[in-house]
Design a protein around this ligand. Structure first.
Ligand SMILES: [Zn+2]
Length: 69
């Protein structure tokens, strides 16, 4: 019986669709200060509610609602 050690790799994204231009983007992209990743992986999802983010395509200001999964 083989007992190889394997390393699991976690991949995650926090995807949003811009209601103005239809662009899909990942809030984890460019999250250099770990605002989004810190809230999600720190189990503080509610901290993101009301947060403002600009669409990378049309630059509209968007307000983050409750995270769905
Ligand atoms: Zn947009």
């Amino acid at each position: 019986m083989s007992r190889e050690i394997v390393t699991p790799t976690l991949t995650a994204s926090l995807d949003v669709e811009c209601p103005y231009c239809g662009e899909w983007f990942d809030l984890f992209d460019g999250d250099d200060d770990h605002i989004y990743q810190g809230a999600i992986f720190g189990n503080r999802w509610e901290d993101l509610e009301g947060d403002k983010h600009h669409c990378p395509k049309c630059e509209a200001e968007l307000t983050i609602d409750t995270v769905d999964y």
